[in-house]
Every structure is written in structure tokens, then in C-alpha cells.
Design a protein around this ligand. Structure first.
Ligand SMILES: [Mg+2]
Length: 237
């Protein structure tokens, strides 16, 4: 077997693939969403550029100012709301961005940009083909599954619908719902509660060593470190 599960490789768990997952004796599966079932960066970069162009054309925010104020706003929100789902809120990023540029709040800008960002983001989202095959396999084996994800529930549910996850996955837990983010045990335990299973019954699949792999291992859950295949994704555009 080329990739032994949980084998320490220079202190890290090697990336593996969906086809290498061993489902023998597994009663349920916990899955990360972003960058595990679809490639995140392609979608973010596409949406970000659309927002930058819109802000330039309609609010005269230069590309340099857009980049600088986005980074500062994102950093501020991350720090203020560390460990909470809202720390990723684009609504808050755009609010603080505008306030930095113009010195006051503009509700129309914030709401428009947040909607534009996620609309463009979701418009290019595609599920990793290996991930989809794996979800079909779970369904055929009647193994229940739960997404465990860091972000606000509304946007994760929109992604869920766009990717057609309702056909394969039984539950979702978001960090907004849990009040904490991965790697905190509470969010994984909430997923286990929904599945009515114990840590030894399930596996956790995710792209983040720190959040998904280390978090699940704290509870004794067997883990698979998998990142969505963006190379394949690009060829399908
Ligand atoms: Mg992820």
C-alpha cells in the first residue's frame, strides 16, 4: 500500500486519494467541504477579480486600494472573530473594506459585493470527479456522511445545493452552528451526534493538516488527508 493511513511523514500525514480510502468496517464518514470536495482557490480568485473590477467601475476603488483594503479587512475580521464561523464572512470583509476607503459604512456596497462574490464563486464551482465517485460509493454502500466545515451556514448550504450534495450526504455541521471552528473537538462531536456514531466508527477526510487531520485525531478518528484535484478541474473548464 503506497500511503499508509496516519503514517507520520516528517511529522505530517501524506496526501492520499479518494480511491485509496478503506471503507471496511466504517459506519459513517465525516468530510470537509472547501478544497476537499472542490478546489477553492480557482473559485475564490475568479470571484475576487470580478469584485475588484466592479468596485473599480462603480466605486472608483483602484486595484491597489482594493487589494490592500481587502487584506487589511480580512485580517481584522479574522483577528476579531478568531475561532468563529463569522471570521470568514465576506459581508464583514466588504463592510470594513469600504469603511477604510471612504470613512463610513455603505450598506448598498456591502450587500452588493457579498452577493457578487458568492454568485461568481459558485458559478465556477465543480465537484472533484474522484470525490463524486467516492460519494456515489458511499451511497451504494449505505454509509451515512456528514460535512464538517468552517464557515457560515447560509453560504455552505448554497455550495451544497450547487454541488448536488443532497443526493449523497446526510448532514452538515458548520462552525457557525457549532460556535467553534476545527480543530476544536466540539464541531467533530456535533457531526458524530448527527450520525449517532462513535469516533471509532468513522473516518474524517479533509485537506487541512491542522484543522481536519489534527482535529479528528484528537478524538481518535482515523483520517485521510485529501486535497481536491485542481489540475483535473482546470481541464474541465
Ligand atoms: Mg478545507
Amino acid at each position: 500500500m503506497p500511503y499508509a493511513q496516519n503514517a507520520p511523514i516528517f511529522g505530517k500525514q501524506m496526501l492520499t486519494t479518494f480511491s485509496e480510502i478503506d471503507l471496511n468496517g466504517i459506519k459513517g464518514v465525516l468530510l470537509d467541504l472547501d478544497d476537499t470536495l472542490y478546489p477553492y482557490d480557482i473559485c475564490h480568485n475568479f470571484a475576487y477579480e470580478k469584485c475588484k473590477v466592479f468596485a473599480g467601475a462603480n466605486y472608483a476603488i483602484s486595484e491597489v486600494d482594493f487589494d490592500l483594503t481587502w487584506k487589511a479587512a480580512r485580517s481584522k475580521v479574522h483577528n476579531d472573530l478568531h475561532g468563529q464561523g463569522a471570521s470568514h464572512s465576506r459581508l464583514l470583509y466588504f463592510q470594513k473594506q469600504y469603511e477604510q476607503v471612504f470613512g463610513h459604512t455603505d450598506a448598498a456596497y456591502v450587500l452588493k459585493m457579498e452577493d457578487l462574490y458568492w454568485t461568481e464563486f459558485i458559478s465556477v464551482m465543480k465537484i472533484d470527479s474522484d470525490a463524486k465517485d467516492f460519494l456515489k460509493l458511499l451511497k451504494s454502500k449505505r454509509i451515512p456522511s456528514c460535512i464538517v466545515t468552517d464557515l457560515t451556514t447560509q453560504i455552505q448550504l448554497k455550495k451544497w445545493l450547487h454541488l448536488g450534495l443532497e443526493n449523497y450526504i446526510d448532514f452538515i455541521v458548520t462552525s457557525e452552528e457549532a460556535g467553534v471552528e476545527k480543530p476544536a473537538s466540539y464541531i467533530f462531536n456535533m457531526g458524530l451526534e448527527k450520525l449517532k456514531l462513535n469516533p471509532s466508527d468513522v473516518i474524517m477526510i479533509g485537506d487541512s493538516e491542522k484543522k481536519d487531520i489534527e482535529g479528528a485525531k484528537l478524538l481518535g478518528i482515523k483520517t485521510y488527508h485529501i486535497k481536491a484535484n485542481s489540475t483535473f478541474y482546470k481541464t474541465q473548464q
